[in-house]
Design a protein around this ligand. Structure first.
Ligand SMILES: [Fe+2]
Ligand SMILES: [Fe+2]
Length: 394
């Protein structure tokens, strides 16, 4: 299947469709313009070479593009990246703005079961390290290897959001009074967490060197990294715990933690879209990547990620909790993984799996609630960013 035929609308770049009038000045130059433009300021005049500017634009590429010290975002070639950067920036939030009093009361009371407490600990323990793993890969692998400045811009924001997520977990740990060594130990000692970590970290390490990205095998390694982190880890393996913690939140348990996870999940939706668009554009520009064998490799990578996630879910829910059982969460992972695969033009792994948690889309759709966020958090929301979560992501 050609990626071009399955590309999402967000992936369309400058060459695919004309920009809207409002963005035209940022993306396109008039074709009949003279070769140079002279700007006079007082007694000085400056001659600007349009051909050089057009050449700089034409040499923008996802990889192997113009290597320059100058961060020339304009003219934009990857409009979607700049638009997404704006959306992400407008969704900015800070953990300390979310009240944790109710969570602390519940944590110390006996109205919370041991299973529910365990889910929260697994969530905090896993994400405390996983957020850093993602941020590190974005900064030191993906952002290092892509060459177009607007792509580096949005990837920088992505990494910053992982910092915010990591910080939110520090805030949860300190609010609840959990021993931080206990969280560290979970990441080191629980085999299903360790296996999930090794699954992504081994791939990330392999790309930490000067890679010759003119070779198809190396291009495929980068494409696989982008798929692994965006669609398998952030897009699938994060969703088991997201669903569990939001199931508790739905039962009015841990409202502060639930709120932070809702914000985090909204950010993750943007990260998944970012890395999917990046992958699709990389393939468009480098069709040698997209072989039948490579597509099957990506599907097998997702299948491995699903298997690891299901083992992890069984560790999170060793016994059925109130209204929670591991089978539903495992089905949810099958469902969400197939959505990720098809969004990248890959065949699903299952014939048909329906979503066992239709309420989850509603819960994550933050824009529908006007009074949900109390305090200063609402002030971070700019009017232009109220539609940040696309139900299609869920
Ligand atoms: Fe994150
Ligand atoms: Fe993320």
């Amino acid at each position: 299947m050609s990626p071009a035929t399955t590309k999402c609308s967000g992936c369309l770049n400058f060459t695919d469709s004309p920009p809207s009038p409002s963005t035209q000045a940022l993306t396109a130059m008039p074709t009949a313009a003279p070769a140079t433009t002279t700007v006079a300021i007082g007694n000085h005049s400056f001659v600007l070479n349009r051909e050089k500017a057009e050449h700089a634009y034409a040499s923008k590429r996802v990889i192997n593009g113009n290597e320059t010290m100058f961060f020339n975002i304009l003219p934009l070639k990857y409009q979607w990246a700049y638009d997404l950067y704006k959306t992400m920036k407008n969704n900015h939030w800070e953990p300390e703005d979310i009240a944790m009093q109710k969570d602390v009361e519940q944590w110390r009371s006996d109205e919370i079961s041991d299973v529910e407490r365990w889910i929260i600990k697994m969530g905090i323990g896993y994400f405390s390290a996983a957020e850093g793993v993602v941020g590190d890969n974005i900064l030191h692998v993906v952002r290092e290897l892509v060459t177009a400045p607007e792509l580096k811009l949005v990837l920088g924001r992505h990494a910053h959001e992982e910092n915010i997520h990591a910080d939110s977990l520090v805030y949860m740990i300190s609010s609840l009074g959990i021993n931080p060594h206990e969280c560290e130990a979970m990441f080191e000692d629980i085999p299903s967490i360790l296996a999930k970590s090794n699954y992504v970290v081994s791939n990330s390490r392999a790309l930490r060197r000067d890679v010759d990205l003119t070779l198809t095998a190396n291009k495929q390694a980068l494409a696989k990294n982008i798929f692994l982190f965006g669609q398998c880890m952030e897009g699938t393996q994060f969703y088991g715990l997201f669903a569990m913690i939001l199931s508790l939140y739905r039962q009015n348990k841990f409202p502060g933690i639930g709120t932070m996870f809702r914000y985090t999940l909204r950010d993750e939706s943007n990260h998944i879209e970012l890395l999917r668009n990046l992958l699709m554009d990389l393939i468009d520009e480098n069709p040698d990547i997209w072989t039948e064998e490579f597509r099957e490799d990506l599907r097998a990578t997702m299948a491995e990620g699903i298997s690891l996630e299901k083992a992890f879910i069984r560790d999170c829910l060793p016994v059925a909790g109130l209204g929670l059982n591991s089978v539903d969460f495992e089905t949810y992972i099958d469902y969400i993984a197939d959505r990720r695969l098809t969004s990248c033009g890959l065949d699903p792994l299952n014939e048909f799996v329906s979503n066992p948690f239709p309420w989850l889309s509603e819960m994550i759709d933050i824009k529908k609630e006007t009074n949900f966020f109390e305090g200063r958090v609402t002030e971070y929301q700019k009017a232009s960013a109220l539609s940040s979560v696309d139900d299609d992501e869920l």
